[in-house]
Design a protein around this ligand. Structure first.
Ligand SMILES: [Zn+2]
Ligand SMILES: [Zn+2]
Length: 391
């Protein structure tokens, strides 16, 4: 099942049909190439006719994609603003592209409505006032470059405000501190000394918050959300991570989204360079998510998961990424962990494939996702830069 990323202001008729989270598909699982052009070279398929661009009474989060690709196009690299519905206190999940994404947000009527009084050109205002913290999955540039480039303007509203937090596992924070904000590649905007340059002046626009994997959810500074982090194996020795973000003010089952940074599958990733020990991070992740779903600790609304390559990518050249077939394997593992009739808990979870490259393979990857038999039971949504959607 496929849900369309539509431009605000269109498809009102379809919206009228889409009144609840469980009824998002409009006229069915239709796949066609359409006029959704969001860059000079990429004509993306319009898929299905459901519409998440209109909030419904069951919407729990607003999501603003600032960048959606996994490389090549520096104007649209992984970055997603997320806030509980009715809140203007967002986190940014990865930060590959910030400014170009904010421009797209402020040129989109539906998205701009989230920021009353803000006009196109006021990107700095949203950057400074509405992005309250960054959650970075790993240190690769396609997940960090937007934050780095915009850091000089990511000023606190006034000098007495606290630094903004950058959350990540230790390995991610180490890369940002030692290799990005290290006073050499870029000024030290953080609050810690890089290993190679201990005397560098700390500008402290940001403060580093190391998250311990698999522990209790931690409140996210200046927001109404909390986060649990899980390790992922990108490609040895690079560790990546997944964030489970929950609303922190729910009295019972907390609406939540799961965001995976770059990851390979346990089948093809290893924990040592000699490839003797296979990774187990994905199995661990799905087990823990399934347990939280079954115990009603969370009401999972969406899973952001990377699908970087086509199925034809040789398995020795995956570089710690997934294909449509491997996505199907992963979702089946989650389904199996749920088991015993609990599979229905996945019925309304929106699967958001991320991190494709905007090249000739883009449409093929999306077609392959659509054709994969065991994926037909899921609802997919392909985000569009700048276009708000609700889950
Ligand atoms: Zn990446
Ligand atoms: Zn990466």
């Amino acid at each position: 099942m496929f849900i369309n990323a539509t431009t605000a202001g269109k498809h009102d008729e379809q919206r009228a049909k889409s009144t609840a989270a469980g009824n998002l598909l409009g006229d069915g699982d239709h796949f066609r190439f359409g006029p959704t052009i969001f860059s000079n070279y990429a004509v993306l398929p319009k898929i299905g006719s459901g519409d998440l661009s209109k909030r419904s009474s069951s919407s729990a989060f607003s999501i603003l994609p600032l960048g959606i690709f996994g490389g090549l196009d520096e104007s649209s690299l992984s970055a997603y603003m997320l806030a509980p519905i009715n809140s203007d206190r967002y986190i940014c999940l990865d930060a590959g592209t910030i400014r170009y994404g904010l421009k797209a947000v402020l040129q989109n009527d539906e998205s701009r409505r989230l920021f009353p009084g803000v006009q196109p050109g006021d990107e700095d205002q949203v950057l400074q006032q509405n992005i309250k913290a960054y959650l970075i999955s790993h240190g690769h540039l396609d997940h960090t470059a937007g934050m780095i480039h915009n850091s000089p303007n990511d000023l606190r509203a006034n000098g007495s405000n606290p630094s903004k937090s950058i959350y990540g596992i230790k390995e991610t924070i180490d890369v940002i501190r030692d290799h990005l904000f290290n006073g050499k590649a870029w000024p030290n905007m953080g609050n810690a000394a890089p290993e190679s340059n201990p005397e560098t002046f700390q500008i402290k626009t940001y403060k580093y918050e190391v998250l311990k994997p698999n522990t209790f959810p931690q409140l996210i500074d200046q927001t109404n959300m909390k986060v649990t982090v899980y390790k992922l194996r990108h490609v040895f020795p690079v560790l990546s991570s997944a964030f489970l973000v929950e609303q922190s003010e729910s009295s019972s089952t907390a609406p939540a989204i799961l965001y995976l940074g770059d990851t390979g599958s346990d089948e093809y990733e290893y924990e040592d360079k000699d490839k003797t020990q296979k990774s187990t991070y994905m199995k661990t992740l799905w087990k823990q998510i399934a347990e939280k779903m079954m115990s009603k600790a969370i009401d999972l609304r969406a899973v952001f998961i990377e699908v970087s390559y086509m199925n034809s990518q040789p398995t020795n050249l995956l570089f710690g990424h997934l294909t449509p077939k491997l996505l199907a394997v992963e979702l089946d593992i989650l389904r199996t962990k749920l088991g015993g009739g609990n599979e229905r808990l996945l019925d309304n979870v929106i699967i958001i494939p991320t991190h494709q490259k905007p090249d000739k393979n883009l449409i093929t990857i999306r077609e392959e996702i659509q054709k994969e038999l065991s994926l037909k039971k899921y609802k997919f949504y392909f985000p569009q830069q700048g276009a708000v959607f609700y889950v």
